[in-house]
Design a binder for this molecule. Structure first.
Ligand code: AMP
Ligand code: GLY
Length: 420
């Protein structure tokens, strides 16, 4: 397992509990990795392909799962495949779905995938001209990977102009060499994940995350402060529609470009009055959607991801999905999503159980072996129950048992699906 966030903690945990899995190595992992049953951290950075390849060889690793987008976009999966390893995660070619918004938009148009209308521009004059011609504020997106900071949903023309200037100011480095302007859509958002073997795909239950830092979905955007699944917003028919209109055509369009996409396609959908529209594609699992979903997935997960890596999903057992509701709440450090301090001891009396998990994210081990904070989103507490009220009650109950200086979390995660 490559990566060190809450997403990788939950994936490692889920893989380790699959029959036949002897050991999961998480590189670099975090302060909680060694507490996950069957998991061990390995001090190798996600951007060290030589180190990762050597570690896989030494340990005769049978499946590599790459969590974050940056190493995927940098070609880590290609490098490991060239060594004969089975890898779940697209090559740099497929990772362009996330790494270039312009490329992804062109692919969607070609494939007839419903998405917001757009204009691409590689200089401010072209972008400003497109904006003025449109005459209404547009959504401004830096083309490349900008750690979730490259999107402005402008409310006014002035804001849109400022966002265009900002993208080209160099603030986003190479990610801001070009941009796309998009029509502004409205509607609730839902995350859909397709596990792909290059030709076939399996959908996971839809999840919804809470991107804003503040209760009532207010304040600055974050990586995600909590999530729940399955999101009732997208019922079985809605999910089937997303498969037919979005995921299958996207995978086919990738194939048509000669791209053998073996990994997860994350479609961020907006459910507009006119139907689902793709807001963004990512080449990885969502975080914290992943933490939320993993406990719902059956013991076939390792076989299914391995089958994706081998390009033979048709040979894999069906992935069973638990019937319950899963709730995830993120505990962040004070100041997140701005600057946070780190090094605060994490204390926990939470005892994980069949329906309650604690996944570390931004944490590390001090030399004395104790876990301390080391990032904005520090922990994820996840719980499953028959309904969302019970699942959230359990997750918040678990959260009350963990503490670090400045712990910050939203009390209203899942407000859409809770009655109390
Ligand atoms: P992203 O960084 O691509 O996840 O975008 C951040 C957020 O901006 C999304 O979750 C949406 O809430 C919003 N957004 C992106 N594109 C659009 C659009 N075309 N219309 C309205 N909102 C959008
Ligand atoms: N939770 C949103 C993301 O992972 O991009």
């Amino acid at each position: 397992m490559v990566g060190g966030g809450g997403r990788e903690s939950s994936l490692g945990w889920a893989l380790a509990r699959c029959p036949g899995v002897e050991q999961v190595w998480i590189a670099p992992g975090n302060g909680g990795s060694d507490d996950l049953p069957g998991c061990r951290s390995l001090a190798i950075a996600e951007n060290d392909p030589d180190g990762l390849a050597a570690a896989c060889r030494e340990r005769a690793v049978e499946l590599v799962v790459v969590g974050p987008e940056a190493p995927l976009a940098a070609g880590l999966a290609d490098r490991l495949r060239a060594e004969g390893l089975a890898v779940f995660g697209p090559g740099a070619d497929g990772a362009r779905l996330e790494a270039s918004k312009q490329w992804a938009k062109a692919l969607m148009v070609e494939a007839g995938v419903p998405t917001a209308g757009y204009w691409a521009a590689a200089d401010p004059a072209t972008a400003l001209e497109a904006l003025e011609r449109h005459g209404r504020p547009l959504v401004v997106k830096a083309d490349g990977l900008a750690a979730g900071k490259g999107v402005t949903v402008a409310e006014t023309m002035e804001e849109a102009r400022a966002a265009i200037e900002e993208v080209f100011s160099g603030r986003f480095g190479a990610a801001g060499a070009s941009l796309v302007l998009e029509e502004k859509l409205s509607g609730p958002e839902v995350s859909v994940f397709a596990l792909c073997d290059g030709q076939r795909l399996v959908l996971l239950p839809p999840a919804q995350d809470h991107k804003r830092i503040g209760e009532g979905d207010t304040g600055p955007n974050t990586g995600g402060m909590g999530a729940y699944a399955p999101a009732p917003l997208l019922d079985a028919a809605g999910l089937e529609r997303a498969r037919l209109e979005v995921l299958e055509p996207t995978l086919a369009a990738l194939r048509a470009r000669g791209i053998d996409y073996r990994g997860v396609i994350y479609a961020g959908l907006m459910l507009t009055a006119e139907g689902p529209r793709v807001i963004e594609f990512n080449c990885r699992f969502g975080d914290p959607e992943c933490e939320t979903l993993m406990p719902l997935l059956g013991p076939e997960l390792a076989r299914v991801l391995q089958a994706c890596a081998f390009g033979e999903l048709d040979q894999a057992p069906a992935l069973s999905i638990a019937a319950g509701c899963s709730a995830c709440v993120i505990a962040a450090a004070a100041g997140y999503p701005g600057m946070v301090r780190s090094g605060d001891p994490i204390r926990s009396t939470l005892v994980p159980g069949e329906n309650l998990q604690l996944f570390h994210a931004g944490s590390r081990r001090d030399p004395d072996g104790s876990a301390v904070t080391a990032g904005g989103r520090v922990l994820a507490v996840v719980a499953q129950a028959d309904d969302f009220d019970a699942a959230f009650a359990q997750a918040y109950g678990g959260l009350a048992q963990v503490h670090f200086e400045g712990i910050t979390y939203r009390r209203d995660i899942g407000h859409q699906v809770r009655r109390r």
